[in-house]
Design a protein around this ligand. Structure first.
Ligand code: SF4
Length: 495
């Protein structure tokens, strides 16, 4: 039912090639059986043969009606008509013979171009560079093209993985065949990544347009007095507490993967799912998603997965509908622009849908072991403000991050997130902090509440109580909390 099958309905070679191209254009974001049925209907609608002339002679409504079951059918109607016009005007009604020319057609990307050349023109020597002229070369490696499988350029041992090219394609209806795809030899023999290809493809999202993430303050924030005493006291308390972040935090997601690339991707997915969601819920959702896509969280598995499969797996996390879209779009971007791996810079990470600075810095720390910034979430933001470390109090996590990065010793940057998140989950709660059991309530914390017994029942009362406890800081209300002077459930009650 794939692109190869489309040409079987034609007798004239030129029309066979055009039918192949049309089939490939219809196939993106669409199941093979739906594409195949749409090609058949379109052929009938244009008079029995899929020729360039016949498509041009058919009005848009008839084309739309024939292909209305495929994804993005309105846009594809436009692409098919405009492509047919270009082919008639510039290529004598036939499809061109180079990747560059094919990619210049509306709605045609490198994947479609390469397969169209292979199926339509039987050209087997292709440059692996997405947009380049076709030049047979000895620098080629072989790959086997199977039905509905991934075309993967198998690099030799001397070729770093980053330079390999891979494409996800559906290619049914033909016998298994071997395609030679040339890959550019690495310039230096090192694993430097090539610049990301920016070829607009249908069904993918453009990178977010954004300013570079600010890395440092022009004037460093003064180092807070007695900060190290407070920090060490928190460390001491944390050493006797197991918090949810310790057993179910985002850095745990990679432990279930064996391939480094998938470990990094699992970390990113876990972070994307974690916003506004408890660690235990995120952890369970990551596990379900892994099962749902076949046992391993790889970029390719997520690209292939239906939205409904992802949604079912992550439906317990907050904003699961939006996160389903973000995950799909991010996986496609990683596949297209980053060789199916997690990028190594905060700006590239923040260009992915649903990824902000906090996730980016944590991802770089956990996935790549790169210490380039602090991951500041609501806990880090709230607690450092309660401790009076920011003068004046910061208004958002980004201000908090820049302040902290300006004075906190670099070697503490990777650990402070988990340290304070766990502290915030168990003692310095968003609402009703357990100051009575906190070792900082004796002069190290200006927000400490002495000997109070607060029974909190409503969100309104919670906010009022929390504001009395220190500087006005935006807080996240996670659960209704009961706070008492002698709380037997205190994590430090046996201290
Ligand atoms: S004394 Fe209270 S407000 Fe201050 S760090 Fe401890 S729990 Fe948080």
């Amino acid at each position: 039912m794939g692109a190869g099958a489309a040409q079987l309905g034609e007798t004239i070679p030129k029309n066979q090639r055009f039918a192949t191209l049309v089939s490939l254009m219809l196939s993106s974001q669409t199941k093979d059986e739906v594409t195949s049925a749409a090609v058949r209907k379109l052929r009938e609608a244009v008079g029995g043969s899929l020729s360039v002339d016949a498509v041009l002679a058919t009005n848009d409504d008839a084309v739309s009606e024939a292909i209305c079951k495929v994804g993005f059918w309105r846009r594809k109607t436009d692409y098919i008509k405009r492509t047919a016009r270009r082919l008639q005007d510039e290529y004598d009604g036939d499809i061109p013979k180079t990747v560059d020319e094919l990619c210049s057609l509306p709605g045609v990307g490198p994947k479609v171009a390469i397969i169209a050349l292979h199926v339509g023109w039987k050209i087997e020597h292709l440059s692996g560079s997405p947009v380049s002229t076709l030049t047979p070369t000895s620098e080629s490696s072989h790959t086997t093209l199977r039905r509905s499988k991934r075309i993967k350029v198998e690099s030799g041992p001397s070729e770093p993985r980053d330079d390999a090219r891979s494409l996800l394609v559906k290619f049914e209806g033909l016998e298994e065949t071997t395609l030679q795809v040339a890959v550019d030899a690495p310039a230096t023999g090192t694993s430097k990544r090539k610049p990301a290809t920016r070829v607009k493809r249908e069904g993918t999202t453009s990178p977010k347009k954004q300013k570079p993430i600010k890395q440092a303050l022009e004037t460093p924030h003064p180092t807070p007095a007695r900060w190290s005493e407070a920090y060490n006291a928190i460390k001491e308390m944390r050493s006797r507490i197991v918090a949810p972040v310790d057993t179910m935090g985002c850095n745990r997601a990679q432990l279930e993967e064996t391939i480094p690339q998938n470990q990094r991707f699992a970390t990113l997915i876990s972070l994307m799912l974690s916003s506004q969601t408890k660690d235990e819920v995120t952890f369970a959702a990551v596990g379900k998603l892994r099962e749902a896509v076949g046992g391993s969280l790889s970029v390719d598995a997520l690209v292939r997965a239906d939205d409904s499969v992802i949604s079912d797996a992550i439906c317990k996390v907050a904003f699961w509908r939006r996160k389903t879209q973000y995950i799909k779009q991010a996986a496609q971007r990683l596949c297209d622009d980053f060789d199916s791996d997690v990028p190594k810079t905060v700006d590239e990470l923040c260009s992915l849908p649903g990824v902000g600075p906090k996730m980016a810095f944590l991802c770089l720390q956990d996935a790549w072991k790169l210490n380039v910034g602090i991951g500041v979430d609501v806990h880090v933001h709230r607690i450092t403000n309660r401790l009076g470390w920011h003068k004046p109090p910061t208004k958002n996590p980004e201000e908090t991050r820049l302040n902290l990065q300006s004075w906190l010793p670099l070697e503490l940057h990777p650990e402070i997130n988990a340290l304070l998140v766990g502290f915030g989950q168990t003692i310095c709660l968003p609402v009703g902090p357990r100051c009575d059991t906190c070792k900082l309530n004796d002069g190290l914390c200006p927000s400490a509440r002495k000997g109070t017994t607060t029974r909190v029942k409503t969100g309104k009362a919670v906010v009022a109580a929390a504001r009395k406890a220190g500087p006005e800081v935006e807080i996240a209300i996670e659960t209704e909390t009961v706070d008492s002077v002698r709380d037997p459930s205190s994590p430090l009650s046996d201290a």
